[in-house]
Ligand binder design. Structure first.
Ligand SMILES: [Zn+2]
Length: 252
């Protein structure tokens, strides 16, 4: 029997023992990338390619976002080998969707939609408002890079929406919140009281804001409008619930 081990052999033995003692399942995501882990499925190292992106329809792109959020809510995200995905995407990117969502730290969009490196373009700004730069980014994502779906995802109890309702004025934030105010007018007058203390009203304004941004995308970008009309891409809105982690995606 071999009684002497070199450094790397010793490390592998110690790691195997440590994993056996501590229990692999408690930190599956990190431990299964280590040698010695006995716990199940191989990590996902595949990424979107030109072929896989081209083969995907707008409906399939939407279905994948829904499936990803279902995995997130269930606490069963795909086990990804991120270093391998980084290496595989270094030469090019073929994301299947572009998502506009809020700056809010509680809505980290790749995580809540369970997407990996190179899967989606992500634009984030307080209140998920639209401006020319984000619109240009969406045109790049779809017309140049081949994304099949634009998703605008607001969220419950949004601070930017509340700021607009409260008429907050602060430096450059004032101009950003002004973009949200038309959404307040789009909420029916019987939604009372129209204050930030009314959780339902705040969320109704968030939803109206998502729908207005969707409308603006169509109106302000002839490039995207043409792609939408031809069925080359799809446009969907949705709301993320801070309490449950669920994204409710509306049908296009
Ligand atoms: Zn927000």
């Amino acid at each position: 029997m071999k009684t002497k081990f070199n450094h790397s052999e010793l490390f592998a033995i110690l790691l195997t023992v440590a994993l056996a003692v501590t229990g692999c399942k408690s930190s599956h995501q990190s431990c299964c990338m280590m040698p010695g882990c006995m716990d199940g499925a191989a990590a996902v190292s595949a990424v979107q390619t030109k072929d896989s992106q081209a083969a995907m329809t707008p409906a399939q792109a939407l279905a994948e976002l829904k499936a990803g959020n279902a995995r997130f809510v269930a606490g069963k995200p795909l086990h990804r080998d991120f270093p391998a995905q980084v290496a595989a995407t270094a030469g090019g990117q073929y994301p299947f969707a572009v998502v506009l969502s809020c700056l809010d730290s509680r809505q980290p969009i790749e995580i809540v939609l369970d997407q990996g490196v190179g899967d989606i373009f992500s634009a984030r700004v307080a209140g998920n408002v639209l401006d020319d730069d984000i619109l240009g980014s969406m045109e790049f994502a779809c017309k140049v890079s081949g994304a099949k779906l634009i998703a605008v995802i607001g969220h419950s109890n949004c601070g930017a929406i509340k700021g607009a309702i409260d008429d907050v004025e602060l430096g450059n934030l004032t101009g950003l919140l002004a973009k949200i105010k038309p959404a307040m007018d789009a909420v029916p007058a019987d939604a009372q009281p129209r204050t930030t203390k009314n959780y339902a009203f705040v969320n109704a304004v968030s939803e109206a804001n998502v729908r207005l941004v969707m409308q603006q995308i169509r109106e302000r970008s002839p490039i995207l409008r043409e792609m939408l009309d031809k069925g080359e891409i799809s446009l969907v809105g949705g709301m993320y619930d801070l309490k449950t982690g669920k994204v409710q995606l509306y049908e296009p």
